[in-house]
Design a protein around this ligand. Structure first.
Ligand SMILES: [Zn+2]
Length: 41
């Protein structure tokens, strides 16, 4: 399973993951290569 490569399959919101490399966003950690959990602010 690879990174979404800049695409988003979910909204950029708290609890989802954003890739530090390419900016992909998903609610599934495995879908991004360098997942960073999005925090609520
Ligand atoms: Zn990525």
């Amino acid at each position: 399973m690879g990174c979404l490569k800049g695409k988003k399959d979910s909204k950029e919101k708290a609890g989802n993951y954003k890739c530090k490399k390419c900016g992909a966003v998903s609610d599934k950690k495995k879908h991004v290569c360098e997942p960073k959990k999005i925090k609520k602010d």
